[in-house]
Design a protein around this ligand. Structure first.
Ligand code: NAD
Ligand code: GLY
Length: 366
């Protein structure tokens, strides 16, 4: 039965939009229709999500000119080839500037669809319908869209905000456990960067979250979206505080790129990246040892990895980190932790300590 848990608003002036959180929302054609620009629609999804949820959306949009493209599944397909296939579809079907793209799937589908929408005819509307925890708490909100390049993750993209985000928590019923856990890494991130109480609440409720307790899920998704919406409203294009959302990402993206995309899930790589950032923060005298241990314990209890994959050397990680979007004037900037609940972006760390930490982490597994 349809139930709306919360409707949040991401405030960006004329580009503001609602984030609907609830159960059985996919079948609610009224919500989707309210945000369509015209009857021309292209649903973008993938081979895993289509058999699960495409029918519901198509039924909800019956009577409109709905086209569909089903892409291959996986991070390695968030690339220029599949982005091009979306554009081929839009052009072949003669969709005009008033069309709306619907991203139905996880963060990969959301990112590639958003980037196609940003580019088609210099920008058309799109709607995010995220179906993974990671996309519901992070990727679908905030308008970062991108595809990967072999040399760097999310290196080609644009800021392009959706018309709305529709989060149907029932979709998590079919999500494999490993994917749910991957999303938990981004949830923990919000506690660490600016919400200390939420971090400790997660400590007490992590088992319920992993068991998909509906109340816990709804609270976690709402809190995460609230955090993200607030940060993005203040700093849409990452001139300042939005960079805090990248805690662990400089290390994590290096792991994802270094392992060829898809071997490690995004959230798994971010979990390790957060542990590395926390360890560095401790070694430079900020985060206390007990706080560092609490972070590792929470990651481990959530069944997330805390060390990088075997075979990825400190040198390789460093080389890949140099491509990070936060590098300015050849200087690496990292998101580090003063304490749990207080993150900062800084280049104020001794590179020798960074090297030592990278060597310690990479020798753990060799
Ligand atoms: P994903 O999109 O690859 O989805 C994970 C897997 O779950 C896929 O196999 C997918 O087909 C499957 N799936 C999706 N929904 C399902 C469901 N309901 N039931 C069963 N299977 C389902 O990965 P993800 O973790 O959702 O997203 C990771 C991507 O998001 C990365 O590319 C990352 O860079 C990006 N990201 C973007 C932002 C942003 O702000 N734009 C933020 C964080 C992450
Ligand atoms: N996931 C990082 C951001 O949206 O800024």
């Amino acid at each position: 039965m349809q139930k709306i848990h919360a409707i949040l608003q991401l405030d960006l002036g004329t580009r503001s939009y609602p984030i609907y959180i609830g159960q059985d929302l996919l079948a609610n054609g009224d919500i989707i229709r309210k945000h369509l620009v015209s009857s021309q629609v292209l649903i973008v999804t993938n081979t895993t999500v289509a058999p699960l949820y495409l029918n519901q959306i198509q039924a909800a949009l019956a009577g409109l000119k709905v086209h569909t493209i089903i892409l291959p599944d996986g991070e390695q397909h968030k690339d220029i080839t599949n982005w091009h296939l979306i554009l081929d579809n839009l052009l072949t079907n003669r969709l005009n500037r008033n069309c709306t793209l619907i991203a139905l799937g996880g963060g990969v589908i959301g990112d590639i669809t958003g980037f196609a929408a940003a580019c088609y005819q210099r920008g058309v509307a799109f709607i995010q319908i995220p179906t993974t925890l990671l996309a519901q708490v992070d990727a679908s909100v905030g308008g970062k869209t991108a595809i990967n390049h072999a040399l760097g993750k999310n290196m080609i993209g644009a800021f392009h905000q959706p018309k709305c985000v529709i989060i149907d928590t029932n979709t998590l019923n079919t999500l494999p456990e490993r994917e749910l856990i991957s999303g938990v890494a981004e949830v923990i991130k919000y506690g660490l960067i600016h919400h200390r109480d939420f971090f400790y609440w997660l400590h007490g409720n992590i088992q319920k979250l992993l068991a998909k307790d509906p109340n816990v899920l709804a609270y976690v998704i709402e809190s995460s979206c609230r955090s993200k919406a607030k940060i993005v409203s203040n700093d849409e294009q990452e001139a300042g505080q939005r960079a805090l959302l990248n805690l662990g990402h400089t290390f994590g993206h290096a792991i994802e790129t270094g392992t060829g995309y898809g071997q490690w899930l995004h959230g798994e790589a971010i979990a390790v990246g957060i542990c590395m950032a926390a360890n560095l923060s401790h070694q430079i005298g900020w985060l206390s040892k007990s706080e560092l241990d609490q972070i590792t314990v929470l990651m481990t209890t959530a069944k997330l990895p805390t060390v990088p994959p075997q075979g990825l050397s400190a040198t390789k990680i460093k080389e890949l980190m140099a491509i990070d979007k936060k590098v300015l004037d050849n200087k690496l900037r990292l998101v580090l932790l003063k304490e749990i609940g207080q993150a900062i972006v800084t280049d104020d760390f001794d590179p020798i300590i960074l090297d030592r930490m990278l060597h310690e982490y990479t020798s753990v597994n060799i």
